[in-house]
Design a protein around this ligand. Structure first.
Ligand code: 13P
Length: 258
């Protein structure tokens, strides 16, 4: 049985005090739950060390939301993968559609970020997904195929093994519109088949593919029980302890049903 994964992407939200409260509340609840689901919190950079300090007692792991494509040097404002490793961050989101859109991140840049992360042992959470125009034009599979191939297919099998993929249809992010479980499952199966063709059946089976986009306590269970959905990348609902924990519990239920 593969355990599910739930990742809370806080984006650019919360004050330091609010972050501390949210981490502490989640920590206290998770410490009592003894779950097989892997829970990961991705707060903004200034709160990461606070999160990694709490992680061991709270049964969660920590992710950054971004990293530099460079190793080190004169890149003002950037944070390197090895700096994240130094403060015990274990995961990093790469290529979120907001970074692709607002910060012009291309598949080529993202492939470099994936390299920097795998070089220092961090797990990339590589995001892909189509815009509403691309879905309406019927080219969503082509878009996703290009994102996956250009961002990941340069990896050796032993590095690919450590990657998590997140399918986040852009039209579902922060809009309250969720992909139906069937729409999401169809794309997840497609992503797995791309991996299978390049890396083989075992690598494809082992790859964790998360769904993101208006995932909430009422739709989480149905999404997570789809055969190719291994958990969720949660935005808005991860800012609220009760909603986030309900999503984690849905993942636990879905995982134990498998
Ligand atoms: P929402 O859950 O707010 O739609 O955001 C999804 C997301 O972008 C997670 O990375």
């Amino acid at each position: 049985m593969k355990s599910k994964i739930v990742i809370g992407n806080w984006k650019m939200n919360k004050s330091f005090d609010e972050a501390e409260d949210l981490i502490t509340e989640i920590e206290e609840i998770l410490a009592d739950l003894n779950l097989s689901t892997l829970v990961v919190l991705a707060p903004p950079f200034p709160y990461l060390e606070l999160a990694t300090d709490h992680a061991p007692d709270g049964n969660f792991e920590c992710a950054a939301q971004n990293c530099s494509q460079f190793n080190n040097g004169a890149y003002t404002g950037e944070v390197s993968a090895s700096m994240l490793a130094d403060i015990d961050v274990e995961f990093c989101i790469v290529g979120h559609s907001e970074r692709r859109k607002y910060f012009n991140e291309t598949n080529e840049i993202l492939a470099e970020k994936v390299n920097r992360l795998t070089e220092v042992g961090l797990i990339p959470i590589y995001c892909c997904g189509e815009t509403v125009e691309e879905r309406e034009a019927g080219v969503h599979f082509d878009v996703i195929e290009k994102q996956i191939k250009e961002g990941l297919f340069h990896l050796l099998p032993e590095s690919l093994e450590r990657v998590i993929v997140a399918y986040e249809p852009v039209w579902a992010i922060g809009t309250g519109l969720t992909a139906t479980p069937q729409q999401a499952e169809e794309v997840h199966l497609f992503i797995r088949s791309l991996i299978e063709k390049k890396y083989g059946t075992e690598a494809a089976y082992n790859l964790n593919i998360l769904y993101g986009g208006s995932c909430n306590p009422s739709n989480a269970l149905e999404l997570f029980t789809q055969p190719n959905i291994d958990g969720g990348l949660i935005g808005g609902a991860s800012l609220n302890t009760k909603e986030f924990i309900e999503i984690v519990e849905a993942a636990e239920t879905a995982g134990s049903d498998k």
